[in-house]
Design a protein around this ligand. Structure first.
Ligand SMILES: Cc1ncc(CN)c(N)n1
Length: 223
């Protein structure tokens, strides 16, 4: 018997071009090809630190929605809680990495693309945004980083040794498994969602993809 095609699989096929634009962006390709401009990397580092700080309350809101709104609350809450724990480590890592590269985090001003992305996250915190819709955004945001940085660790990549740790942070297998758990949560929710929620969730995925591309563009100096 053939396995059933999940909603996320349908979306990824339908929006492949946009998805590849987010996970195979020239910024990521430049890391993978070993010709990254280090000033672009430093821009990304400082801006992403600000993004991750705004990401935490968003993920906390997804956790609250999971607790209240899912029929497998315990399983979902634990996966999301694991994500929050990883973000705690991520923030410490950004501080350490910024020190290593001489990036002064206290003086970073969020650029337009970052401000807009953070505003979008804030809009998703609203209790009016359904758990399924918020969970789709969460899954997509984490997965885009996982796939992007895993691409920089493939056998034929020429990623500079000093950037390997960064790529490992999101490109490692256990982060990949965590992203799969998020995807399973999302597919289970979508399975029983109304058409209206499915439509909103798909639109949210597209907005995440656009914001991620804009974020890479900003880091790459294309804004
Ligand atoms: C912009 C962005 N997108 C995703 C991630 C992965 N948490 C991140 N750190 N920054």
């Amino acid at each position: 018997m053939q396995a059933k095609i999940t909603v996320t699989e349908t979306w990824l096929r339908k929006h492949r071009h946009l998805y590849d634009g987010a996970t195979r962006h020239p910024f990521i390709r430049s890391i993978r090809d070993g010709n990254i401009d280090i000033s672009a990397f430093k821009t990304w580092l400082g801006q992403d630190y600000i993004f991750v700080r705004a990401f935490v309350p968003f993920v906390a809101s997804v956790l609250t929605k999971a607790y209240k709104g899912s029929d497998d609350a315990n399983g979902d809450v634990e996966v999301i809680l694991g994500g929050i724990a990883a973000l705690h480590d991520e923030i410490s890592w950004f501080k350490k990495e910024a020190f290593k590269w001489g990036v002064q985090l206290s003086s970073i001003v969020p650029q337009k693309a970052n401000q807009e992305y953070c505003r979008f996250l804030e809009s998703l915190i609203s209790p009016e945004v359904e758990y399924t819709v918020a969970a789709v955004a969460f899954w997509a945001i984490e997965t885009i980083y996982q796939e992007s940085f895993a691409h920089c660790l493939e056998d034929d990549s020429k990623t500079p040794p000093e950037l390997k740790e960064t790529c490992q942070r999101w490109g490692n297998e256990s982060f990949g498994e965590y992203c799969n758990s998020l995807r399973n949560i999302v597919d289970r929710q979508l399975e029983k969602a109304s058409d209206d929620v499915i439509t909103k969730a798909e639109a949210t995925l597209l907005r995440v993809l656009e914001h991620e591309v804009d974020f890479w563009n900003m880091s790459h100096g294309r804004t």
